[in-house]
Design a protein around this ligand. Sequence first.
Ligand code: SAH
Ligand code: SF4
Ligand code: F3S
Length: 478
Amino acid sequence: MSKRKTDVVSTSIEDINLTNKKIIEIKNNNEQFFMINGKRKTFNILTYGCQMNEHDSEKISGILNSIGYEETEDEKNADLVIFNTCLIRENAELKVFGKLGEIKGLKRSKPDMLVAICGCMMQKPEIREKILKSFSFVDIIFGTNTIHELPDLIYNVDFNNHRSIGIIDNTELIYENMPKTRKYNYKALVNITYGCNNFCSYCVVPYVRGREKSREPQDIINEVTKLAEDGCKEITLLGQNVNSYGNSLENKFTFANLLLELNKIDGIERIRFMTSHPKDLTDDLIRVIKECDKICNHIHLPIQSGSNNILDKMNRKYTKEHYLNIVSKIKSEIPDASITTDIIVGFPGETEEDFKETVDIVKKVEYDSAFTYLYSIREGTKAALMEDQIPDETKHKRFNELLDVLYPITYEKNRLCIGKTYSILVESVSKSSENFLTGRTEHFKLVHFKGSEDLIGQIVNVKITNVKTFHMEGVLEQ
Ligand code: SAH
Ligand code: SF4
Ligand code: F3S
Protein backbone atom coordinates (compact mmCIF):
# COMPACT_ATOMS: atom_id res chain seq x y z
CA MET A 1 0.00 0.00 0.00
CA SER A 2 1.49 3.34 -0.90
CA LYS A 3 1.34 5.88 1.88
CA ARG A 4 0.76 9.55 1.48
CA LYS A 5 3.68 11.55 2.77
CA THR A 6 2.67 14.22 5.29
CA ASP A 7 3.28 17.67 3.87
CA VAL A 8 5.76 19.75 5.79
CA VAL A 9 5.54 23.55 6.00
CA SER A 10 8.46 25.66 7.15
CA THR A 11 7.38 28.31 9.63
CA SER A 12 10.63 29.84 10.83
CA ILE A 13 10.12 33.50 11.63
CA GLU A 14 12.47 34.36 8.75
CA ASP A 15 10.25 32.37 6.37
CA ILE A 16 7.13 34.13 7.63
CA ASN A 17 8.80 37.54 7.74
CA LEU A 18 9.62 37.55 4.06
CA THR A 19 5.98 37.27 3.13
CA ASN A 20 4.23 38.87 6.02
CA LYS A 21 4.14 42.64 6.30
CA LYS A 22 1.99 42.39 9.41
CA ILE A 23 4.82 40.79 11.38
CA ILE A 24 7.16 43.59 10.38
CA GLU A 25 4.56 46.10 11.54
CA ILE A 26 4.06 44.40 14.93
CA LYS A 27 7.83 44.19 15.41
CA ASN A 28 8.24 47.90 14.60
CA ASN A 29 5.38 48.74 16.90
CA ASN A 30 6.90 46.70 19.73
CA GLU A 31 10.31 48.34 19.18
CA GLN A 32 8.66 51.76 19.39
CA PHE A 33 6.95 50.71 22.63
CA PHE A 34 10.38 49.70 23.94
CA MET A 35 11.97 53.03 22.93
CA ILE A 36 9.21 55.06 24.58
CA ASN A 37 8.74 53.00 27.75
CA GLY A 38 12.22 51.57 28.29
CA LYS A 39 10.70 48.09 28.66
CA ARG A 40 9.27 45.51 26.32
CA LYS A 41 5.65 44.38 26.03
CA THR A 42 5.23 41.27 28.15
CA PHE A 43 3.40 37.96 27.91
CA ASN A 44 2.54 35.20 30.36
CA ILE A 45 1.51 31.67 29.37
CA LEU A 46 -0.62 29.50 31.64
CA THR A 47 0.06 25.95 30.49
CA TYR A 48 -2.31 23.09 31.35
CA GLY A 49 -2.00 19.41 30.43
CA CYS A 50 0.79 17.24 29.14
CA GLN A 51 4.34 17.68 27.86
CA MET A 52 2.94 18.15 24.36
CA ASN A 53 1.33 21.37 25.60
CA GLU A 54 4.44 22.35 27.58
CA HIS A 55 6.41 22.12 24.38
CA ASP A 56 3.77 24.04 22.41
CA SER A 57 4.12 26.80 25.00
CA GLU A 58 7.86 26.90 24.22
CA LYS A 59 6.94 27.48 20.57
CA ILE A 60 4.47 30.23 21.52
CA SER A 61 7.22 31.89 23.62
CA GLY A 62 9.65 31.57 20.72
CA ILE A 63 7.25 33.30 18.34
CA LEU A 64 6.43 36.08 20.80
CA ASN A 65 10.11 36.67 21.62
CA SER A 66 10.89 36.92 17.93
CA ILE A 67 8.33 39.70 17.45
CA GLY A 68 9.59 41.74 20.39
CA TYR A 69 7.65 40.49 23.42
CA GLU A 70 9.32 39.44 26.69
CA GLU A 71 8.06 36.73 29.07
CA THR A 72 6.93 37.66 32.59
CA GLU A 73 6.33 35.23 35.46
CA ASP A 74 3.35 37.18 36.73
CA GLU A 75 0.14 37.32 34.70
CA LYS A 76 -0.93 40.48 36.56
CA ASN A 77 1.86 42.46 34.86
CA ALA A 78 1.43 40.93 31.43
CA ASP A 79 0.28 42.79 28.30
CA LEU A 80 -0.78 39.45 26.83
CA VAL A 81 -2.02 36.43 28.81
CA ILE A 82 -2.28 33.11 26.99
CA PHE A 83 -4.15 30.05 28.22
CA ASN A 84 -2.72 26.86 26.67
CA THR A 85 -5.52 24.47 27.56
CA CYS A 86 -6.16 20.74 28.10
CA LEU A 87 -9.41 18.76 28.21
CA ILE A 88 -8.21 15.26 28.93
CA ARG A 89 -10.35 15.10 32.08
CA GLU A 90 -13.19 17.28 33.33
CA ASN A 91 -11.09 18.84 36.09
CA ALA A 92 -8.53 20.04 33.52
CA GLU A 93 -11.32 21.99 31.82
CA LEU A 94 -12.76 23.28 35.09
CA LYS A 95 -9.35 24.65 36.08
CA VAL A 96 -9.21 26.68 32.87
CA PHE A 97 -12.71 28.09 33.31
CA GLY A 98 -11.94 28.94 36.95
CA LYS A 99 -8.80 30.83 36.00
CA LEU A 100 -10.59 32.60 33.12
CA GLY A 101 -13.00 33.97 35.74
CA GLU A 102 -10.04 35.46 37.63
CA ILE A 103 -8.56 36.98 34.48
CA LYS A 104 -11.90 38.58 33.66
CA GLY A 105 -11.52 40.74 36.78
CA LEU A 106 -7.94 41.62 35.84
CA LYS A 107 -8.99 42.59 32.33
CA ARG A 108 -11.59 44.97 33.77
CA SER A 109 -8.86 46.90 35.55
CA LYS A 110 -6.43 46.58 32.61
CA PRO A 111 -8.55 46.88 29.43
CA ASP A 112 -5.48 47.04 27.15
CA MET A 113 -4.31 43.61 28.24
CA LEU A 114 -4.89 40.98 25.54
CA VAL A 115 -6.29 37.56 26.51
CA ALA A 116 -5.71 34.57 24.22
CA ILE A 117 -6.82 30.94 24.53
CA CYS A 118 -5.28 28.05 22.61
CA GLY A 119 -4.54 24.36 23.05
CA CYS A 120 -6.68 21.24 22.98
CA MET A 121 -9.87 22.82 24.34
CA MET A 122 -9.94 25.20 21.38
CA GLN A 123 -9.91 22.28 18.94
CA LYS A 124 -13.44 21.47 20.08
CA PRO A 125 -16.07 23.62 18.28
CA GLU A 126 -18.55 23.50 21.19
CA ILE A 127 -16.00 24.94 23.61
CA ARG A 128 -14.96 27.60 21.12
CA GLU A 129 -18.59 28.62 20.80
CA LYS A 130 -18.94 28.83 24.55
CA ILE A 131 -15.86 31.08 24.79
CA LEU A 132 -17.09 33.29 21.96
CA LYS A 133 -20.53 33.64 23.49
CA SER A 134 -19.89 33.84 27.20
CA PHE A 135 -16.32 35.14 27.53
CA SER A 136 -16.41 38.36 25.55
CA PHE A 137 -13.16 39.57 27.12
CA VAL A 138 -11.19 36.88 25.25
CA ASP A 139 -9.48 38.59 22.29
CA ILE A 140 -7.73 35.73 20.49
CA ILE A 141 -8.55 32.06 19.94
CA PHE A 142 -6.17 29.71 18.17
CA GLY A 143 -5.68 25.96 17.90
CA THR A 144 -2.91 23.41 18.23
CA ASN A 145 -2.20 23.66 14.48
CA THR A 146 -2.21 27.44 14.22
CA ILE A 147 0.47 28.48 16.69
CA HIS A 148 2.45 29.98 13.80
CA GLU A 149 -0.49 32.31 13.03
CA LEU A 150 -0.23 34.05 16.40
CA PRO A 151 1.50 37.21 15.04
CA ASP A 152 -1.30 37.61 12.48
CA LEU A 153 -3.94 37.16 15.15
CA ILE A 154 -2.31 39.73 17.43
CA TYR A 155 -2.11 42.12 14.48
CA ASN A 156 -5.83 41.83 13.84
CA VAL A 157 -6.65 42.79 17.42
CA ASP A 158 -3.99 45.50 17.73
CA PHE A 159 -4.41 47.15 14.35
CA ASN A 160 -7.90 46.23 13.19
CA ASN A 161 -9.41 46.24 16.65
CA HIS A 162 -11.44 43.05 16.35
CA ARG A 163 -11.42 39.63 17.95
CA SER A 164 -9.32 37.17 16.04
CA ILE A 165 -9.76 33.47 15.62
CA GLY A 166 -7.34 31.10 13.91
CA ILE A 167 -8.38 27.46 13.77
CA ILE A 168 -7.62 24.75 11.24
CA ASP A 169 -9.49 21.51 11.89
CA ASN A 170 -7.95 18.16 11.00
CA THR A 171 -4.83 19.52 9.42
CA GLU A 172 -2.53 17.10 7.64
CA LEU A 173 0.41 19.45 7.79
CA ILE A 174 3.52 19.42 9.95
CA TYR A 175 5.03 22.81 10.75
CA GLU A 176 8.82 22.75 10.97
CA ASN A 177 11.38 25.37 12.06
CA MET A 178 9.09 27.25 14.41
CA PRO A 179 11.10 29.44 16.79
CA LYS A 180 11.24 27.97 20.30
CA THR A 181 12.25 29.53 23.58
CA ARG A 182 13.09 26.47 25.62
CA LYS A 183 12.53 26.51 29.36
CA TYR A 184 15.72 24.61 30.14
CA ASN A 185 19.04 24.41 28.33
CA TYR A 186 20.13 21.05 29.73
CA LYS A 187 16.97 19.11 28.85
CA ALA A 188 14.54 19.43 25.97
CA LEU A 189 11.23 18.14 24.68
CA VAL A 190 11.26 17.01 21.05
CA ASN A 191 8.11 16.13 19.06
CA ILE A 192 8.40 12.98 16.97
CA THR A 193 4.73 12.39 16.17
CA TYR A 194 1.63 14.58 16.36
CA GLY A 195 -1.93 13.36 16.84
CA CYS A 196 -3.20 9.86 17.52
CA ASN A 197 -4.89 7.06 15.58
CA ASN A 198 -5.81 4.80 18.46
CA PHE A 199 -9.21 6.07 19.56
CA CYS A 200 -9.14 4.59 23.04
CA SER A 201 -12.84 4.82 23.83
CA TYR A 202 -12.41 7.17 26.82
CA CYS A 203 -10.00 9.63 25.20
CA VAL A 204 -10.49 12.99 23.47
CA VAL A 205 -6.98 13.32 22.07
CA PRO A 206 -7.63 11.81 18.60
CA TYR A 207 -10.59 14.18 18.18
CA VAL A 208 -8.68 17.30 19.13
CA ARG A 209 -5.16 16.57 17.91
CA GLY A 210 -6.12 14.82 14.66
CA ARG A 211 -4.56 11.80 12.95
CA GLU A 212 -1.07 10.58 13.73
CA LYS A 213 1.69 12.25 11.71
CA SER A 214 5.40 11.48 12.03
CA ARG A 215 8.10 14.08 11.58
CA GLU A 216 10.77 13.26 9.02
CA PRO A 217 13.73 11.49 10.73
CA GLN A 218 16.21 14.04 9.37
CA ASP A 219 14.21 16.95 10.85
CA ILE A 220 14.32 15.26 14.27
CA ILE A 221 18.03 14.40 13.95
CA ASN A 222 18.83 18.01 12.94
CA GLU A 223 16.88 19.40 15.90
CA VAL A 224 18.59 17.08 18.39
CA THR A 225 22.05 17.77 16.88
CA LYS A 226 21.45 21.50 17.30
CA LEU A 227 20.27 20.96 20.88
CA ALA A 228 23.45 18.99 21.65
CA GLU A 229 25.57 21.78 20.16
CA ASP A 230 23.79 24.22 22.46
CA GLY A 231 24.67 22.11 25.54
CA CYS A 232 21.51 20.03 25.97
CA LYS A 233 22.16 16.71 27.74
CA GLU A 234 18.75 15.05 27.90
CA ILE A 235 16.01 14.82 25.31
CA THR A 236 12.48 13.51 25.75
CA LEU A 237 10.86 12.33 22.54
CA LEU A 238 7.16 13.10 22.50
CA GLY A 239 4.30 11.27 20.84
CA GLN A 240 0.94 9.89 21.95
CA ASN A 241 2.28 6.52 20.86
CA VAL A 242 5.99 6.75 20.09
CA ASN A 243 6.08 3.05 19.17
CA SER A 244 4.10 3.69 15.99
CA TYR A 245 6.54 6.40 14.89
CA GLY A 246 7.18 6.14 11.16
CA ASN A 247 3.84 4.66 10.11
CA SER A 248 2.90 7.79 8.16
CA LEU A 249 6.33 8.19 6.53
CA GLU A 250 6.87 7.42 2.88
CA ASN A 251 10.10 5.51 3.54
CA LYS A 252 10.08 2.81 6.18
CA PHE A 253 11.72 4.08 9.34
CA THR A 254 10.70 2.78 12.76
CA PHE A 255 10.98 4.16 16.28
CA ALA A 256 13.83 1.70 16.92
CA ASN A 257 15.63 3.07 13.81
CA LEU A 258 15.17 6.61 15.09
CA LEU A 259 16.54 5.76 18.54
CA LEU A 260 19.62 4.17 16.96
CA GLU A 261 20.31 7.37 15.01
CA LEU A 262 19.72 9.69 17.97
CA ASN A 263 21.95 7.56 20.19
CA LYS A 264 24.88 8.49 17.90
CA ILE A 265 24.60 12.24 18.51
CA ASP A 266 27.60 13.53 20.50
CA GLY A 267 26.75 15.59 23.57
CA ILE A 268 23.34 14.02 24.21
CA GLU A 269 23.72 11.82 27.28
CA ARG A 270 20.16 10.72 27.97
CA ILE A 271 17.26 9.84 25.70
CA ARG A 272 13.75 9.49 27.11
CA PHE A 273 10.44 8.94 25.34
CA MET A 274 6.72 9.25 26.12
CA THR A 275 4.41 7.38 25.58
CA SER A 276 4.78 3.71 24.65
CA HIS A 277 1.56 1.96 23.70
CA PRO A 278 1.78 -1.71 24.78
CA LYS A 279 0.16 -2.95 21.55
CA ASP A 280 3.10 -1.62 19.49
CA LEU A 281 6.08 -2.33 21.73
CA THR A 282 8.32 -4.67 19.72
CA ASP A 283 11.17 -7.02 20.71
CA ASP A 284 13.32 -4.95 18.40
CA LEU A 285 12.60 -1.86 20.49
CA ILE A 286 13.47 -3.67 23.75
CA ARG A 287 16.77 -4.75 22.14
CA VAL A 288 17.56 -1.19 21.05
CA ILE A 289 16.80 0.20 24.52
CA LYS A 290 19.08 -2.45 25.98
CA GLU A 291 21.93 -1.87 23.53
CA CYS A 292 21.96 1.93 23.32
CA ASP A 293 23.87 3.42 26.22
CA LYS A 294 22.06 6.78 26.11
CA ILE A 295 18.50 5.46 26.19
CA CYS A 296 17.25 5.65 29.76
CA ASN A 297 16.23 2.36 31.33
CA HIS A 298 12.77 3.69 32.04
CA ILE A 299 9.66 2.64 30.19
CA HIS A 300 6.35 4.38 30.75
CA LEU A 301 3.85 1.73 29.66
CA PRO A 302 0.24 2.70 30.39
CA ILE A 303 -1.87 -0.34 31.30
CA GLN A 304 -5.13 1.62 31.99
CA SER A 305 -6.87 -1.49 33.37
CA GLY A 306 -5.90 -5.04 34.30
CA SER A 307 -9.21 -6.52 33.14
CA ASN A 308 -9.42 -7.95 29.62
CA ASN A 309 -13.10 -7.11 29.52
CA ILE A 310 -12.41 -3.44 30.28
CA LEU A 311 -9.33 -3.29 28.03
CA ASP A 312 -11.53 -4.48 25.19
CA LYS A 313 -14.18 -1.85 25.94
CA MET A 314 -11.41 0.73 26.14
CA ASN A 315 -10.28 -0.32 22.64
CA ARG A 316 -6.71 -0.73 23.90
CA LYS A 317 -6.05 -3.73 21.59
CA TYR A 318 -3.99 -5.81 24.04
CA THR A 319 -4.77 -8.21 26.86
CA LYS A 320 -3.47 -8.42 30.39
CA GLU A 321 -1.48 -11.52 29.36
CA HIS A 322 0.12 -9.73 26.40
CA TYR A 323 1.07 -6.84 28.67
CA LEU A 324 2.56 -9.12 31.32
CA ASN A 325 4.49 -10.89 28.59
CA ILE A 326 6.07 -7.61 27.47
CA VAL A 327 6.89 -6.72 31.08
CA SER A 328 8.62 -10.05 31.64
CA LYS A 329 10.65 -9.55 28.43
CA ILE A 330 11.68 -6.07 29.60
CA LYS A 331 12.61 -7.39 33.02
CA SER A 332 14.68 -10.26 31.67
CA GLU A 333 16.43 -8.21 28.95
CA ILE A 334 16.94 -5.04 31.02
CA PRO A 335 16.84 -6.08 34.71
CA ASP A 336 17.65 -2.54 35.78
CA ALA A 337 14.66 -1.00 33.93
CA SER A 338 12.03 0.95 35.83
CA ILE A 339 8.45 0.57 34.65
CA THR A 340 5.79 3.20 35.23
CA THR A 341 2.19 3.35 34.10
CA ASP A 342 -1.16 5.15 33.83
CA ILE A 343 -4.30 3.60 35.34
CA ILE A 344 -7.94 4.62 34.99
CA VAL A 345 -10.32 3.60 37.77
CA GLY A 346 -14.08 3.42 37.30
CA PHE A 347 -14.37 2.99 33.53
CA PRO A 348 -18.02 2.31 32.54
CA GLY A 349 -19.09 -1.23 33.42
CA GLU A 350 -16.04 -1.86 35.67
CA THR A 351 -17.12 -4.56 38.13
CA GLU A 352 -15.45 -5.34 41.44
CA GLU A 353 -13.87 -8.33 39.67
CA ASP A 354 -12.51 -6.11 36.88
CA PHE A 355 -11.06 -3.75 39.46
CA LYS A 356 -9.39 -6.68 41.28
CA GLU A 357 -7.65 -7.52 38.00
CA THR A 358 -6.18 -4.00 37.99
CA VAL A 359 -4.96 -4.41 41.56
CA ASP A 360 -3.53 -7.78 40.57
CA ILE A 361 -1.51 -6.42 37.66
CA VAL A 362 -0.12 -3.64 39.86
CA LYS A 363 1.10 -6.32 42.25
CA LYS A 364 2.49 -8.49 39.46
CA VAL A 365 4.37 -5.74 37.60
CA GLU A 366 5.53 -3.94 40.76
CA TYR A 367 5.47 -0.51 39.17
CA ASP A 368 8.12 2.02 40.14
CA SER A 369 5.35 4.60 40.04
CA ALA A 370 1.99 5.19 38.43
CA PHE A 371 -0.33 8.03 37.47
CA THR A 372 -3.80 7.06 38.63
CA TYR A 373 -6.96 8.71 37.34
CA LEU A 374 -10.66 8.57 38.07
CA TYR A 375 -12.47 7.89 34.81
CA SER A 376 -13.88 11.18 33.52
CA ILE A 377 -16.72 11.29 30.98
CA ARG A 378 -15.55 13.11 27.85
CA GLU A 379 -18.30 14.24 25.53
CA GLY A 380 -17.90 12.95 21.99
CA THR A 381 -16.04 9.76 22.97
CA LYS A 382 -17.54 6.26 22.71
CA ALA A 383 -17.22 5.59 26.43
CA ALA A 384 -19.33 8.64 27.25
CA LEU A 385 -22.29 6.85 25.66
CA MET A 386 -21.71 3.52 27.42
CA GLU A 387 -24.23 2.32 29.95
CA ASP A 388 -23.23 1.42 33.49
CA GLN A 389 -21.32 4.60 34.29
CA ILE A 390 -19.78 4.00 37.72
CA PRO A 391 -21.02 6.16 40.61
CA ASP A 392 -18.47 8.65 41.95
CA GLU A 393 -18.52 7.04 45.38
CA THR A 394 -17.47 3.65 43.98
CA LYS A 395 -14.81 5.26 41.81
CA HIS A 396 -13.30 7.01 44.84
CA LYS A 397 -13.45 3.88 46.97
CA ARG A 398 -11.62 1.84 44.32
CA PHE A 399 -9.17 4.66 43.69
CA ASN A 400 -8.18 4.73 47.38
CA GLU A 401 -7.93 0.96 47.49
CA LEU A 402 -5.62 1.05 44.50
CA LEU A 403 -3.34 3.63 46.12
CA ASP A 404 -3.17 1.50 49.25
CA VAL A 405 -1.65 -1.25 47.11
CA LEU A 406 0.42 0.95 44.81
CA TYR A 407 2.22 3.20 47.30
CA PRO A 408 3.82 0.43 49.39
CA ILE A 409 5.10 -1.11 46.13
CA THR A 410 6.54 2.24 44.98
CA TYR A 411 8.15 2.70 48.39
CA GLU A 412 9.61 -0.80 48.34
CA LYS A 413 11.04 -0.25 44.82
CA ASN A 414 12.71 2.93 46.11
CA ARG A 415 14.00 1.14 49.20
CA LEU A 416 15.94 -1.26 46.96
CA CYS A 417 17.99 1.77 45.81
CA ILE A 418 19.38 2.52 49.30
CA GLY A 419 23.19 2.23 49.37
CA LYS A 420 23.47 2.34 45.57
CA THR A 421 25.00 5.20 43.59
CA TYR A 422 23.11 6.70 40.65
CA SER A 423 23.94 9.31 38.07
CA ILE A 424 21.57 12.23 38.46
CA LEU A 425 20.86 15.04 36.03
CA VAL A 426 20.58 18.01 38.40
CA GLU A 427 17.44 19.99 37.56
CA SER A 428 16.87 22.67 40.19
CA VAL A 429 17.20 23.85 43.75
CA SER A 430 14.83 21.77 45.89
CA LYS A 431 11.51 23.46 46.60
CA SER A 432 11.65 22.44 50.26
CA SER A 433 15.15 23.69 51.11
CA GLU A 434 17.53 26.04 49.35
CA ASN A 435 20.59 23.98 50.37
CA PHE A 436 19.25 20.97 48.53
CA LEU A 437 19.21 20.16 44.84
CA THR A 438 16.74 18.02 42.93
CA GLY A 439 17.40 15.76 39.99
CA ARG A 440 16.40 12.49 38.40
CA THR A 441 18.02 9.10 37.90
CA GLU A 442 17.76 7.59 34.44
CA HIS A 443 14.88 5.56 35.93
CA PHE A 444 12.97 8.83 36.42
CA LYS A 445 13.25 8.68 40.21
CA LEU A 446 13.39 12.04 41.92
CA VAL A 447 16.42 12.53 44.22
CA HIS A 448 17.11 15.34 46.71
CA PHE A 449 20.67 15.94 47.92
CA LYS A 450 22.86 18.70 49.32
CA GLY A 451 24.86 20.63 46.75
CA SER A 452 25.53 24.01 45.25
CA GLU A 453 23.41 25.66 42.60
CA ASP A 454 26.19 25.65 39.99
CA LEU A 455 25.65 21.89 39.56
CA ILE A 456 22.27 22.52 37.89
CA GLY A 457 22.37 21.03 34.39
CA GLN A 458 25.23 18.65 35.21
CA ILE A 459 25.18 14.90 35.65
CA VAL A 460 26.56 13.92 39.07
CA ASN A 461 26.82 10.75 41.18
CA VAL A 462 24.62 10.51 44.23
CA LYS A 463 24.52 7.68 46.78
CA ILE A 464 21.01 6.98 48.06
CA THR A 465 20.74 7.10 51.84
CA ASN A 466 17.02 7.35 52.55
CA VAL A 467 13.79 6.95 50.59
CA LYS A 468 10.17 8.06 50.70
CA THR A 469 7.29 7.02 48.41
CA PHE A 470 7.65 9.91 45.95
CA HIS A 471 11.33 10.78 46.24
CA MET A 472 14.70 9.55 47.45
CA GLU A 473 17.45 11.33 49.40
CA GLY A 474 21.17 10.94 48.96
CA VAL A 475 24.68 12.36 49.25
CA LEU A 476 26.81 13.71 46.45
CA GLU A 477 29.85 11.57 45.62
CA GLN A 478 32.94 13.38 44.36
N1 SAH B 1 -1.18 8.72 24.66
C1 SAH B 1 -0.90 8.35 25.97
C2 SAH B 1 -1.58 9.11 27.05
C3 SAH B 1 -2.35 10.33 26.80
S1 SAH B 1 -3.41 10.94 28.02
C4 SAH B 1 -1.22 6.87 26.13
O1 SAH B 1 -1.95 6.31 25.37
O2 SAH B 1 -0.75 6.32 27.08
C5 SAH B 1 -2.65 10.51 29.54
C6 SAH B 1 -3.47 9.60 30.39
O3 SAH B 1 -4.68 10.23 30.77
C7 SAH B 1 -3.91 8.31 29.75
O4 SAH B 1 -2.91 7.34 29.73
C8 SAH B 1 -5.07 7.90 30.61
O5 SAH B 1 -4.65 7.12 31.70
C9 SAH B 1 -5.61 9.23 31.13
N2 SAH B 1 -6.91 9.55 30.54
C10 SAH B 1 -7.19 9.83 29.26
N3 SAH B 1 -8.51 10.06 29.10
C11 SAH B 1 -9.08 9.93 30.33
C12 SAH B 1 -10.41 10.02 30.82
N4 SAH B 1 -11.44 10.28 30.03
N5 SAH B 1 -10.61 9.83 32.15
C13 SAH B 1 -9.59 9.55 32.97
N6 SAH B 1 -8.32 9.44 32.56
C14 SAH B 1 -8.05 9.62 31.24
FE1 SF4 C 1 -5.65 8.78 23.98
FE2 SF4 C 1 -5.31 6.21 23.52
FE3 SF4 C 1 -4.30 8.00 21.82
FE4 SF4 C 1 -3.24 7.73 24.23
S1 SF4 C 1 -3.27 6.17 22.62
S2 SF4 C 1 -3.76 9.64 23.21
S3 SF4 C 1 -4.99 7.27 25.51
S4 SF4 C 1 -6.46 7.62 22.22
FE1 F3S D 1 -2.14 16.78 26.31
FE2 F3S D 1 -4.39 17.48 27.48
FE3 F3S D 1 -4.12 17.86 24.93
S1 F3S D 1 -3.18 15.72 27.95
S2 F3S D 1 -2.68 16.34 24.18
S3 F3S D 1 -2.92 18.81 26.55
S4 F3S D 1 -5.95 17.15 25.94
